[in-house]
Design a protein around this ligand. Structure first.
Ligand SMILES: [Zn+2]
Length: 200
């Protein structure tokens, strides 16, 4: 979410200022006057089901190296959000997936991200380690490594999924905001809560 210090268009220095008629500071080029807006990014991912198990990956890259996640990454221009989620799944785990439905749309305002998480089914039986994942495993619901999950958003999405499964009355589409308390480390999952949660 960094604003550029130098103009990507002309290379001149940028300064923080509030453009006329705007309501917040932007990075504005001192030469060509281009205003560089920085807006939230969309992260797409798949909770991949294989019978009673979920396909989880241990991250082999920073941030959160060595911690567990379901496959997820930034949506690219030109792809639909499920296609992006399936692509990330393939890149991180080599798995092919079939779409089951939308699981959650979670805002993470303080880092400018929106997570769009799908439920998907593993197609066939193939999955493997990749340069991005040091381990890829099918993990039973009772063995999800809650204390070693990569991101608060991943933990929130999985918790909602586990709750739906336990309730046994079908899956819902969840919306909400994953919000940092502002205390302690940003990497401490205990410092986050899910606000404005709705299940549709
Ligand atoms: Zn410029």
């Amino acid at each position: 979410m960094l604003s550029p210090a130098f103009c990507p268009d002309c290379g001149s220095a940028c300064l923080r200022e509030t453009p006329d008629g705007d309501h917040r500071e932007r990075s504005v080029c001192t030469s060509c006057r281009h205003i560089h807006y920085v807006n939230p990014k969309v992260v797409v991912g798949c909770i991949v089901e294989a019978g009673d198990h979920l396909l989880l990956a241990k991250r082999n890259i920073e941030p959160a190296h060595g911690r567990w996640t379901f496959p997820a990454g930034y949506l690219e221009c030109g792809e639909s959000s499920f296609d992006g989620a399936a692509r990330e799944t393939k890149e991180e785990t080599e798995a092919e997936v079939q779409r089951l439905g939308l699981h959650a749309v979670l805002d993470i305002p303080h880092i400018g991200q929106i997570y769009k998480v799908y439920r998907a089914r593993l197609v066939g039986t193939h999955f493997a380690e990749t340069p991005e994942s040091s381990e890829v495993r099918l993990i039973g619901m009772a063995d999800i490594p809650w204390a070693d999950l990569a991101f608060p958003s991943v933990a929130a999405a999985l918790r909602l999924y586990a709750r739906d499964r336990e309730a046994g009355d079908g899956h819902r589409v969840h919306t909400g905001s994953v919000t940092w308390t502002g205390q302690g480390s940003r990497f401490d999952l205990a410092q986050y809560s899910l606000l404005d949660h709705h299940a549709h």
